[in-house]
Design a protein around this ligand. Structure first.
Ligand code: CO
Length: 283
């Protein structure tokens, strides 16, 4: 690994507090003016609240077209229902990987009236040739997610491969999604293909990203974009760290956003609004 360059932090994103759905308070990390997108990732939200007033109204029926939504829950329960007849209950540690493709209408409602609700929603863009694919829904229970434990590290493999184990999520193109836990001072090292954009989101504790003279200390609530290198190198501080690790192949296509629709052109976004108004979006 001596000749392999270690990726360094090129940008730190702290996110903004906002509301979405029926007034759910959340933190928008990716997908705000601070960082609009990191190809192929369009959005990352963290919802964390012990106050039911912040989350009880949930995300009632709404449409999507042109990308995938990935929900990862740490605490609480969410009921998903969609216009393709899929229904599922997300419980702690589980993942829902939904390909909206040419169109789906779904609701995501908390199924709890008290206690902590904590989780993430990620939007993964689809390339032009896959934007209008048939919708697909993968409900992945916590026990189906492999966990690799070695030398003070624990990696939950949602998508991609680590230490010879593969994650259960079937992405439409290569996406790596791990939940990484490092105990005090332990290290996470991972070889990284150059063509993949990569970031980490620290949701607990802190860690040093990079090595040698180019170290950045990432704190709780920070998204770190990692660039220019073939290895990821993360060392936990004394208090340990938990972070989401995301990497995806760059699509390098034009992006046109309109609310819940993400297409290549504004004409395609207008068409999505028309199809939704005419009841044709999910037909
Ligand atoms: Co949605």
């Amino acid at each position: 690994m001596t000749n392999r360059k270690i990726r360094t932090v090129s940008k730190v994103v702290r996110g903004v507090t906002t509301t979405d759905g029926a007034g759910v308070n959340l933190k928008r990390i990716l997908g705000s003016p601070e960082l609009n997108y990191l190809d192929p990732f369009l959005l990352l939200d963290e919802f964390y609240s012990e106050n039911p007033d912040d989350y009880i109204a949930g995300f009632p029926s709404h449409p999507h077209r042109g990308f995938e939504t990935v929900t990862y829950l740490l605490h609480g329960k969410f009921r998903h229902k969609d216009s393709k007849g899929n229904e599922g209950l997300l419980t702690p540690g589980s993942v829902q990987w939904m390909t909206a493709g040419r169109g789906i209408i779904h609701s995501e409602m908390p199924e709890m009236e008290e206690g902590l609700l904590w989780g993430f929603q990620l939007w993964v863009n689809l390339p032009a040739k896959l934007k209008m694919v048939e919708p697909n829904y993968q409900a992945i229970p916590s026990e189906k997610i492999p966990e690799v434990e070695q030398d003070g590290i624990m990696v939950r493999i949602i998508s991609g491969e680590f230490a010879g184990q593969k994650g259960p999520a079937q992405a439409q193109f290569p996406i790596i999604f791990f939940d990484v836990h490092l105990s005090s001072k332990s290290k996470f090292i991972y070889p990284m293909p150059q063509e993949m954009n990569t970031f980490c989101y620290v949701y607990e504790g802190s860690a040093e990203f990079g090595a040698g003279n180019e170290i950045h200390r990432g704190m709780t609530g920070e998204m770190l974009v990692l660039e220019n290198g073939e290895n990821i190198f993360v060392t936990a501080t004394d208090i340990g760290v938990k972070f989401l690790f995301l990497a995806g192949t760059r699509l390098e296509e034009p992006i046109s956003r309109g609310g819940p629709f993400v297409m290549n052109t504004s004409g395609e976004v207008r068409q999505a609004f028309l199809d939704y108004q005419n009841g044709e979006l999910d037909k």
